[in-house]
Design a binder for this molecule. Structure first.
Ligand code: ARG
Length: 464
């Protein structure tokens, strides 16, 4: 039987069932690079501070690099008996370089080691996600620019409401993702704090230099309280929470793509590359990718509920429950990245169908608000104007005609305030062009929004 690191105090070995049950190596092996980076930095710091001799540190680091190669090439013997990635690497190190390998765990505990690994991992994941969000944002702005001038109905309650520019709508999606991007960056700041040196939770008796380790690993600061350091998982909760929020947004974007690609709407063509056929109905072209993004949102919500529930009511400081934090974290990061990647590519094949949008605008009295605004501008209280317009809409509906097609004499039957100039306001151009309030849909505003968005994107690129 393999000797556990704690064998000194134990008479019997771990039961097979317990061993299998408690091992995390199947999933935490994904952290091997982070684990090795952390150990290399720790060994370097110990040598620099005379905790272990320079020569031994070199030996340890060389061994760790060999192990990294073994894992890279799939030759590493992962063993469940060694529970997790930390012990698997440590045991292998000792096998490779002898007893001296055991010095790597001086002044350290798996409790601070795992916190470090996960922070290193999340830093990288957040960077990738922020990058992907940048690409999608750029694509949305591109689409807004290319489709400038196309008008579609703004829906409220999924009923046609008012005409707006498609570019304006695309920039609404941009705004949503811009906030998500900010949230990830904000979260990054709290992830980017170096925990090693907390030991099991009380700190260590060795003269470690935590700032040294932090700067070797590119952390701008170190955690301030060793107890908190090994207890805290809110950096993971925050990451998954920000991710859940992003997924909410992606699911809404997806839902709209699903809806818009129906024959009923027919506003977009998602491209063959991102739709699938039916195995039975030959005519079908299904928006599966968008549906899957919508569906995968459920996974990330599940991850959030899982991590919150794992942490709820846990006594201080480290508890083994916390080993359950990794799968939700991995799953949330993987899911978000794959959804963003597919959405980004899908946005390259998408085509907007201007004629269908125009057709939808031609029905449904879409400029009714403009009639009410017209009367209000001429002095009628808005409430009254709303009522008068409602009657006109009823009249048009009865006659089976649209508002622009009614004669001015017909308008005058409802109010003598109406004049020929009404028609400057109730065409699509008039309706859109007159909504000049800041953030509104008028062309000049939207062009300004495109410029602002482009500036945002170029500043993101500069920040790197
Ligand atoms: N595998 C453990 C985890 O993921 C590492 C920390 C273990 N610490 C301990 N005292 N058993 O949380």
């Amino acid at each position: 039987m393999i000797k556990k690191p704690w064998a000194g105090r134990f008479k019997k070995g771990t039961h097979k069932v317990a061993e299998k049950f408690s091992a995390s190596i199947d999933f935490d092996r994904r952290l091997y690079k982070e684990d090795i980076e952390g150990s290399v930095a720790h060994a370097g710091m110990m040598a620099a501070n005379g905790i272990i001799p320079e020569k031994e540190a070199e030996k340890i680091i060389k061994g760790l690099r060999q192990i990294e190669k073994e894992i890279d090439s799939g030759k590493f013997p992962f063993r469940e008996e060694y529970e997790d990635i930390h012990l698997n690497i440590e045991k292998r190190l000792i096998e490779k370089i002898g007893e001296v390998g055991g010095k790597i765990h001086t002044g350290r505990s798996r409790n601070d080691q795992i916190a470090l690994d996960m922070r290193l991992y999340l830093r990288k994941e957040i960077e990738e996600i922020v990058e992907l969000l940048g690409l999608i944002s750029e694509r949305l702005v591109d689409l807004a620019e290319k489709n400038f001038g196309t008008v579609l109905p703004l829906y409220t309650h999924l009923q046609r409401g008012q005409p707006v520019l498609l570019s304006h709508h695309l920039l609404a999606l941009f705004e949503m993702l811009r906030r998500d991007r900010e949230r990830y960056i904000d979260c990054f700041g709290r992830v980017n704090v170096m925990p090693l040196g907390a030991g099991a939770g009380a700190g260590t008796t060795f003269p470690i230099d935590r700032e040294h380790t932090a700067s070797a690993l590119g952390f701008p600061e170190v955690t301030r309280n060793s107890i908190d350091t090994v207890s805290d998982r809110d950096f993971i909760i925050e990451f998954i929470s920000v991710s859940a929020n992003l997924m909410t947004h992606l699911s809404r974007i997806s839902e709209e793509l699903v809806l818009w690609s129906t024959k009923e709407f027919d506003f977009v063509d998602l491209g063959d590359e991102f739709t699938t056929g039916s195995s039975i109905m030959p005519q079908k072209r299904n928006p599966d990718m968008a549906e899957l993004i919508r569906g995968k949102t459920g996974r990330v919500y599940g991850d959030l509920v899982a991590i919150l529930t794992i942490m709820k009511g846990l006594p201080f400081s480290y508890n083994r429950d916390m080993q359950e934090d990794k799968e939700p974290m991995f799953d949330a990061a993987d899911t978000v990245k794959s959804c963003l990647a597919v959405l980004h590519e899908m946005l390259h094949t998408i085509e907007f169908k201007r004629e269908s949008m125009e057709k939808a605008l031609g029905e449904g009295f879409i400029t009714a608000t403009d009639i009410a605004d017209y009367l209000t501008r001429k002095g009628m209280p808005f409430r009254k104007a709303h009522e008068v317009t409602g009657k006109i809409v009823g009249y048009a509906e009865e006659k089976g005609r649209e508002l622009v097609n009614l004669h001015i004499s017909e308008y005058k039957m409802f109010s003598r305030t109406f004049d020929e100039d009404l028609f400057d306001y109730i065409t699509l151009e008039g309706s859109v062009g007159n909504r000049k309030s800041f953030g509104g849909t008028a062309g000049e505003n939207v062009l300004g929004m495109i410029e602002t968005a482009k500036k945002d994107i170029s500043s993101w690129k500069k920040e790197g």
